[in-house]
Design a protein around this ligand. Structure first.
Ligand code: 4UW
Length: 563
């Protein structure tokens, strides 16, 4: 059995909580770490409101105390349903300081999607924004929680930033607000997770894994502290850098990189609510941003959009892509344009997966051009295998990973966990990789069902079950089709109509498809819209065991693009 090991020296793995790792105080009251207590770690990019390390720690301990005061007990779960905000790290790390677990939900979810995560994770409180209150109310109604009880479970992230020394704003509801929790008192210190307890769950992000509906990924304190230290060990750009934080924080890529790693490295994250081309350029210029973590569609924007030329982006020195393939062509297009923008930056990529806390590979900036298109080298302390369908070593095959960042498992789902992690601890990624003679990995295909629309995952099984509830749909299969111009995949449904006799002409079929696509928009979050279209088909190709043969549909779609 060929096992590849990281070329980097192993680092020590610690046994303590994530909070301790980032914001611990020594007995004499000094914040521990290589960076000053006054270092601004998070800045709200709109108002310029700053959270220093010291301020972040004290707010988190106050929030943790407030949560305990409101009845939250060790090991309870809170759900965070919000776009990126300055309050995000306070709620997340505040809950963790009190020994709670945090589940992060996509802020675009419909009430139905949210209901699944809320009940599955057994959350006891939900933090949300004023704008999302109608969705949260509808969610409680859907799961049979009465209005009064729902009111008691909601905590509002208002628009005021007074708690952080920023501008105030009036409240629009009488519900409990995050600031109210901050006023009750403060924990003297964080709840410790030393020794074996470092294997307790801290974070629950949702991922469909290689198959099926979204499942809660149990990420432990030690998974996170290991990931942070492994990334810090290979970091080549020093401390004191300014990051632009627009990747969604509910996704583990955003959470670990924007919220945790930057603290460890002593960087400042300028928080943006979402990616917006104009604000992206404006804020790079305004805050002299040096580091941007992005996804391939943003690389497309940088490689050709005229807006980019209107701004001074010369502060940039590192652009790191992840979450979907960044091919050598696109890498080279971005790299080739940078000198004309007066930017001297490396364009690299990493590989990550929610179940792997998330990053396993990173391309060293020194190899950016020589190995364009590669996900890079295995991080320290990791091992990898490349295997064929029978689990035997292969040149090109499924990539398996072993190391301290492998998740504990899927919450309440031992079957899915056993299908994903082997008995001896290898996590099966569902991605097909090759490794070159120098140890650089390349992702060449995907065997799992997952569709990636930009950074967000779309589980086909979930869309299929929604589509099957439409009376006009007799059978259905959903796949991702490639959109090279946007460097992303688009979800497409192949539908067997209940009444094919009513769909004789092409126009009728197109209209039927458009109706279905429109109907889906009332059922699912935006990133799951059927942007790749709805195509009618006579029969869904299936194996003898009834499994949808997605590859056949993907081949069909490819032929269509060519013809
Ligand atoms: N090339 C090809 C890639 C690549 C890729 C991911 O939504 P999830 O579960 O998780 C992520 C996490 C990505 C990530 C996090 C932190 C980080 O620093 C970084 O690199 C800079 C990346 O996406 O989806 C996991 C699936 O996404 C695909 C692949 O199929 C994987 O199993 N994927 N990165 N560079 N495919």
């Amino acid at each position: 059995m060929v096992v590849y090991s990281s070329p980097f020296p192993a680092i020590p793995i610690v046994n303590h909580s994530l909070f301790t790792h980032l914001l611990q105080k020594s007995k004499d009251g000094k914040l521990i770490g290589d960076h000053s207590a006054d270092l601004p770690v998070f800045v709200d990019s709109v108002t310029g409101t700053v959270l220093t390390r010291e301020k972040l720690r004290s707010l988190c301990l106050s929030l943790g105390y407030g949560l305990q005061h409101h009845g939250m007990k060790l090991g309870d779960t809170i759900l965070l349903f919000s776009p990126n905000a300055l309050a995000y790290p306070v709620v997340l790390l505040g809950a963790i300081s009190a020994g709670l677990r945090c589940t992060l939900a996509n802020n675009a979810y419909t009430s139905h999607e949210l209901a699944h995560q809320y009940t599955d994770s057994r959350a006891r409180r939900i933090f949300t924004t004023e704008d999302s209150l109608p969705v949260v109310r509808a969610m409680f109604e859907e799961i049979g929680v009465g209005a009064d009880e729902a009111t008691a479970r909601i905590i509002v992230l208002g628009k005021s930033l007074k708690w952080a020394g920023g501008p105030d704003a009036p409240r629009t509801s009488s519900l409990l607000h995050m600031e109210d929790l901050l006023r009750v008192g403060s924990l003297e210190e964080e709840v410790k997770f030393d020794g074996e307890r470092a294997h307790e769950t801290a974070l629950l992000c949702y991922s469909s894994g290689t198959t099926g509906k979204p499942k809660g990924v149990e990420t432990t304190h030690q998974n996170l502290t290991s990931e942070i230290d492994m990334l810090a060990a290979v970091w080549t750009h020093g401390s004191g850098n300014r990051h632009l934080g627009f990747l969604p924080m509910y996704h583990i890529y955003g959470a670990v990189i924007i919220l945790f790693l930057t603290q460890k490295l002593g960087h400042t994250s300028f928080i943006q609510q979402r990616f917006d081309p104009l604000h992206f350029c404006e804020d790079i210029q305004k805050y002299k941003i040096q580091i941007v973590m992005l996804v391939p569609p943003i690389a497309v924007f940088l490689s050709r959009h005229p807006l980019v030329e209107k701004y001074n982006l010369s502060s940039l020195k590192l652009l790191t892509s992840g979450a979907a393939p960044l091919g050598p062509e696109l890498t080279n297009q971005v790299t080739a344009r940078l000198p004309s923008l007066n930017v001297n930056a490396s364009v690299i990529q990493g590989f990550g997966m929610t179940e792997l806390s998330p990053v396993t590979h990173l391309l060293p900036p020194a190899d950016a051009t020589r190995k364009a298109g590669s996900i890079g080298l295995l991080l320290p302390n990791l091992q990898s295998r490349i295997v064929d369908e029978d689990g035997r070593g292969a040149q090109t095959g499924e990539m398996w990973i072993k190391g301290p960042i492998v998740m504990k498992g899927y919450i309440n789902n031992p079957t899915a966990t056993a299908n994903t992690i082997t008995e001896d601890g290898w996590l099966k990624t569902g991605d097909i990789a090759v490794r070159d003679d120098e140890g650089y990995f390349f992702i060449v295909d995907r065997v799992k069902e997952l569709i990636k629309y930009k950074v967000r995952s779309v589980p086909p099984a979930e869309l299929e079950s929604v589509l099957l509830s439409h009376s006009g749909v007799a059978d259905v299969a959903v796949i991702g089709i490639e959109d090279a111009a946007q460097a992303t995949e688009l979800p497409r449904a192949y539908v067997v109509p209940t009444h094919p006799e009513k769909l004789r002409t092409d126009t009728q079929k197109v209209e039927f498809g458009a109706q279905i696509a429109k109907w889906m928009e009332s059922k699912v979050a935006k990133h799951k819209y059927l942007r790749g279209g709805v195509v009618t088909i006579d029969i869904i190709p299936k194996s003898a065991a009834g499994k949808i043969l997605r590859r056949q549909l993907r081949d069909l779609a490819k032929k269509e693009v060519r013809s």
